[in-house]
Design a protein around this ligand. Sequence first.
Ligand code: NAP
Length: 277
Amino acid sequence: MRRVTLRSGETVPQLGLGTWHMGEQRGQRAAEVDALRLGLDLGMTLIDTAEMYAEGGAEEVVAEAVKDRRDEAFIVSKVYPHNASKAGAIAACERSLKRLKTDRIDLYLLHWRGAYPLAETVAAFERLKADGKIRHWGVSNLDTDDMDELAGVTNGGNCVSNQVLYHLGSRGIEWDLLDRCAERKVMVMAYSPLGQGRILRNTALDKVAARHGVSPAAVALAWTMRHPHMVAIPKASRPEHVRENLVAADLTLTAVDLSELAAAFPPPKKATPLGML
Ligand code: NAP
């Protein structure tokens, strides 16, 4: 598994595990825990979750998946914008820690920008870091102008990651956000890298997949992972999907593959507002 280096020098696997919609149905819980544990077994040790997912239910699924192997996992969680005041973010983090049954979150993100000034949220994140409750902090769904603003805030330069929508059908960040994050050594995490499954039925994708003898999902993930500093976090609750996704870690797309995919999924021709789910 290729790894991406954070500004601190620590590395994380380039392929992780998403958890949105996990924890919503009791009857699915065992399968979801098993899928995450399989992912950990296969080296996809970065797990992305949020207080929003199933209103804490997804964090509880993560807790069960890592209960006897916490040190193997790099846990990412997120605070709701409406909880992202100085006191609110600290309280939200403590609730997440309880649900996750752990003493620290490896990377804590502002889920998207809300009404609280970035300076206030950053101050909370720095307090949480100083207290050992989080190890790193970052943001999500912040566009280029927001990243510029963040850089000007006290300690804003300590942001290690921006998690954004990125898949074949949504390439807007290639215009300038990707470069801006690279300049500031902010790791980009591609969320919904399979377009929530919706981009997978496509003739160009099928053709590239057939050429390599892999699934269209593996090609879609390898396409995001062609950026060496980008982490992809597909969500898969079925074991066959987890295994298929791992194939992307060893798949290198050729120039021909990339140009066929670009013809079917064109890159941006101008700046567009950051897409968001
Ligand atoms: P996604 O990962 O693009 O797609 C998930 C869907 O694809 C699920 O229905 C899954 O099915 C299916 N799938 C997975 N592997 C597959 C394969 N090999 N072949 C065919 N289908 C496959 O969408 P996402 O869940 O929206 O995004 C991934 C993660 O990013 C989320 O879970 C969450 O952690 C994070 N996220 C963050 C934000 C944010 O605002 N920061 C927003 C959205 C998502 P099964 O589950 O049935 O296996």
